[in-house]
Design a protein around this ligand. Structure first.
Ligand code: COA
Length: 167
């Protein structure tokens, strides 16, 4: 398996992954729309013999009271159903965390199951005084990419408006 940044020729394969992984086509459409707007901060694929088996993306978010965007929202992550539970999701997660750190970002946020994302170092975003309009529950999580990097951030996190179109 190879992990790498997406290439123009990967667009259809990335769509296929998310359409198969999720119940709706919304996530696949979100990736296309973010790409069209130039809003993908990081977009990584996991491939085997040039077949795209998994994909993860991030886009910058705006944190209340912060002029500069130094946090990215991680979404979506998907793996072809027949290839799940083989570590591809974990490899994509580790890779995008490292890439985000190398990009100099302060932190990452995401919405998802704490049982899955906790293993990568995500904690309830409320620990960092970060809130989401989408939920006030434990699904909204955050991780600092350097020690204390998120201490300057607090308040509401605003995703790209394209996320509002997700069901
Ligand atoms: C979530 C997802 C990307 C994980 O990819 P993966 O390659 O299967 O993950 P890994 O092989 O690295 O890890 C598998 C482990 O994660 C856990 N896991 C997978 N999906 C999970 C979920 N939604 N919630 C909690 N745990 C989950 C399983 O317990 C599994 O461990 P096990 O094999 O010991 O039972 C993949 O299952 C997927 O595409 N799901 C559908 C789309 C989705 O829900 N994406 C996340 C929301 S944005």
């Amino acid at each position: 398996m190879i992990l790498r940044s997406e290439r123009p020729s990967d667009v259809a394969g990335i769509r296929t992954v998310h359409e198969a992984a999720f119940d709706s086509k919304d996530e696949a459409g979100l990736v296309d729309a973010l790409r069209r707007d130039g809003s993908l901060q990081c977009s990584l694929v996991a491939t085997d013999h040039e077949q795209i088996l998994g994909h993860v993306a991030s886009s910058l978010v705006r944190v209340e009271h912060q002029d500069e965007s130094i946090v990215a929202g991680l979404a979506p992550v998907g793996v072809l159903p027949d290839h799940q539970r083989r570590g591809i999701g974990a490899a994509l997660m580790e890779a995008i965390i490292e890439a985000s750190r190398e990009d100099g970002l302060a932190g990452l946020v995401l919405l998802g199951d704490p049982a899955y994302y906790g293993r990568f170092g995500f904690r309830p975003a409320s620990d960092f005084n970060l809130r989401s309009h989408y939920t006030d529950g434990p699904a909204f999580q955050a991780m600092a990419l350097r020690v204390d990097a998120l201490s300057v951030c607090h308040g509401h996190v605003h995703y790209d408006p394209l996320f509002d179109e997700l069901g």
